[in-house]
Design a binder for this molecule. Structure first.
Ligand SMILES: Cc1cc2nc3c(=O)[nH]c(=O)nc-3n(C[C@H](O)[C@H](O)[C@H](O)COP(=O)(O)OP(=O)(O)OC[C@H]3O[C@@H](n4cnc5c(N)ncnc54)[C@H](O)[C@@H]3O)c2cc1C
Length: 400
């Protein structure tokens, strides 16, 4: 398109961004087209993370653009934080090309930097966020444990014991994205003693007692490195305890924002699947012409586009609520559950339209089908996000 809008964005939602924001988005789009798209299937097939690209992500100036300590929005005035709408479109754009790299970026910028931005003191934000914004330091976020997934809010097993000005961490974490090579990991632990409150710690991965082991043989998001972490008498200074994290409600505050990011990613995955299926069905000939001329094929294509478009409308409104400061847990929980559920069916239709070629990596659709499974389950499964929404609308908690 002459104005550089995505053809798949039928209702032109992107026009809601201002000009500076669109310039930033288009710079990200260009970078992804040049440096990620040509290699995404190869990295995925080999389960090989492109470490050499980390500085290039840093140069984009978008990590932590929602936080004023990072200088705010590129092209914006002063340190004004980027809008949630721009952040959302960037997440969509990344996932449209590669959900693995979108996840790598989301863990760093949303979960790790978001924890520091929302739960750190002013001194802590200034200490860590600018370097993380430039991606000179990469972050990870360690909440999930081998025995604590959906119910982690009720009982973290990782403990933190205070000894003077030092905290001693012990326990295990599972699934932690980027943790094999991150410089800093935000570790959530339960304080030993009567209070037993949840505390957050920024752990330097060079600290003795911190060990991360790569999880192998994944069938989704294969390019992302996820780790099992063991903390054995890992000593962290009090100055690295997130000073404003008073309990799990603060962890949940971070997740409320990152869940909306996953909903945006789901829209990106749907648009990618739609594009692949559209191009393929226009080219592929059966019964003497392109299969896209068949009514049953057009039915699937239009259902794919309709689902992606309605979910895009939902996340755009979500971003507006976020920017207006009226954004609640159930808003992001419902969007995360709904958009990832629609995504799971949409990628399946895309695969169906490629038939046999849909199951080889060469056509990319298989990667999106597999990656959709991880997006569907991480940052709260469909069931848990449904229960968060159900509790809000009925006033009755149904978790146990
Ligand atoms: C690729 C990937 C990356 C991840 N990255 C990170 C990361 O960087 N940091 C991090 O901390 N975590 C991460 N996670 C962990 C992720 O958030 C958890 O996998 C998720 O919260 C679900 O936990 P679980 O896998 O232990 O499932 P479980 O909690 O064991 O759930 C099993 C099943 O039971 C259902 N269930 C559980 N409780 C209820 C209930 N009350 N009612 C109805 N159904 C219920 C679930 O919905 C699910 O279907 C990642 C996971 C994956 C797969």
């Amino acid at each position: 398109m002459a104005d550089n809008l995505l053809e798949e964005d039928l209702y032109r939602f992107e026009e809601l961004l201002d000009e500076a924001e669109r310039t930033t988005l288009h710079r990200v789009r260009e970078f992804l087209r040049e440096e990620v798209a040509p290699h995404a299937d190869t990295w995925w097939g080999r389960a090989a993370f492109p470490h050499h690209l980390i500085p290039r992500y840093g140069e984009l100036g978008i990590a932590g653009m929602a936080y004023e300590e990072c200088g705010g929005a590129p092209g914006g005035s002063g340190a004004t934080p980027a809008s949630s709408l721009l952040n959302g479109f960037v997440a969509l754009e990344m996932a449209r090309v590669d959900a693995s790299m979108a996840t790598f970026y989301g863990v760093h910028s949303g979960l790790a930097m978001g924890s520091i931005a929302r739960c750190g003191s002013k001194e802590q934000r200034e200490r860590w966020l600018p370097a993380m914004g430039r991606m000179e330091k990469v972050g990870a976020f360690a909440l999930t444990e081998p025995q604590g997934g959906s119910d982690v809010a009720l009982g973290l097993r990782t403990t933190a014991r205070r000894e003077g000005d030092t905290w001693v961490l012990n326990g295990e974490k599972r699934w932690i994205g980027n943790a094999t090579f991150a410089d800093l990991v935000v570790v959530w632990a339960r304080e030993e003693g009567e209070d037993g409150g949840v505390r957050g710690f920024v752990v330097d991965t060079a600290t003795p007692g911190f060990k991360a082991t790569l999880i192998e043989n994944k069938i989704a998001l294969r390019t992302v490195e996820n780790a099992d972490i063991v903390l054995t008498d890992c000593r962290v200074p009090e100055e690295n305890r997130l000073q404003e994290a008073g309990g799990f409600r603060d962890t949940a505050d971070v997740l409320r924002h990152t869940r909306s990011g996953v909903a945006w990613e789901a829209v990106g995955v749907m648009l990618a699947a739609y594009r692949i299926a559209l191009d393929y069905t226009r080219e592929r000939e059966q019964f003497g012409g392109p299969v896209a001329r068949f009514q049953l094929v057009q039915d699937l294509l239009v259902k794919m586009l309709s689902d992606a478009t309605s979910c895009l409308g939902m996340v755009v409104r979500l971003a507006q609520l976020e920017d207006a400061g009226t954004f609640r847990d159930e808003h992001s929980a419902m969007a995360k559950a709904h958009c990832t559920t629609r995504m799971r069916e949409v990628v399946g239709w895309g695969r169906e339209l490629l038939a046999g070629n849909g199951i080889v990596l060469d056509y990319s659709i298989g990667r999106f089908v597999a990656d959709a499974e991880a997006l569907y389950s991480y940052e709260g499964t469909r069931e848990i996000n449904t229960l968060i929404t159900g509790r809000a609308v009925t006033g009755l908690g149904a978790f146990v």
